[in-house]
Design a protein around this ligand. Sequence first.
Ligand SMILES: [Zn+2]
Length: 369
Amino acid sequence: MSVPLAYSDIVRAPKVLLHDHLDGGLRPRTVVELAAETGYRDLPTTDVDELAEWFRVQADSGSLVRYLETFSHTVGVMQTKDALARVAAECALDLARDGVVYAEVRFAPELHIEQGLALTEVVDSVLHGFEAGAAEAAAEGHTIRMGTLLTAMRHAARSREIAELAVAYRDAGVAGFDIAGAEAGFPPTRHLDAFQYIKRENGHFTIHAGEAFGLPSIWEALQWCGADRLGHGVRIVDDIEADSEGVVDPRDGVARLGRLAAYVRDKRIPLEMCPSSNIQTGAASSIAEHPIGLLRDLRFRVTVNTDNRLMSDTSMSKEFTLLSEAFGYGWGDLRWFTINAMKSAFLPFDERLRLIDDVIKPGYEALMA
Ligand SMILES: [Zn+2]
């Protein structure tokens, strides 16, 4: 098998996705159609191709703040039950067609109540959509298991309420909780109450940390808030000193880990890395220079994710293809990322094992044969 791997083969590999935003993954055509149906008039263009290009250009600006502005349009058309269900169904179907076998997709219920929906109606609509999309995918021969994370916005004050909503829906398809939004000026410790509530309820949560902002953000997320996983966590490299040639062999101890980086690796804290997105927001300068190469060499619990498929014009298969091209990753590496992600999912242990043993390992064995 030659490296880099071909995109068309990578699509056939079983993949696991832990970090994907529902409002960042709409089909461009759906944005245009929903705007017409729901009376949303603020789109920069109603031409599908021009709109797809517009999202890419905006997201390429290199600023997290401008990147986040693109969401006013996707969120703008996701204000009715039907729109939410349609976007969720298409999300499940698109992921399944890309070979994703397990996904945790997140969204912020508080962003979808502008036209009067209750938070519970928002969550119900999305869960119905995921179910319908997964059923449609199954009819096509693609099996996907969908999980949901409820996100609270870090600049807002509803995190405790959203955390309670996540716990209330834990047996109905919601696997965990998250906070997202611009990091600077909004440390995760503002939401301690929500995190402590989730902990007391034996729930799971991840925190967007160490994307645009540095080590203090990661440290707070882990040591004050108790996050199970880190959304991005790219800046953990600021606590690692590699040798001057940049050659790293963990067995030789060439790289020196600071106390926080050592903690993250020792405790097997999953890093939800999103290579294309990290480049667009300026967290990394290119795929080849993305810290994922170093962190994989050092055997951190690295996972690969899409973040926002619309804004980054990406998919799990595209991310894996870019990494294979940049780092020469073969099937063994992609299987390692995939098993890392499955081990880190907010799914019961026995179900994670079953997916690893019955779906992921046999899937890669067939490709490697
Ligand atoms: Zn994200």
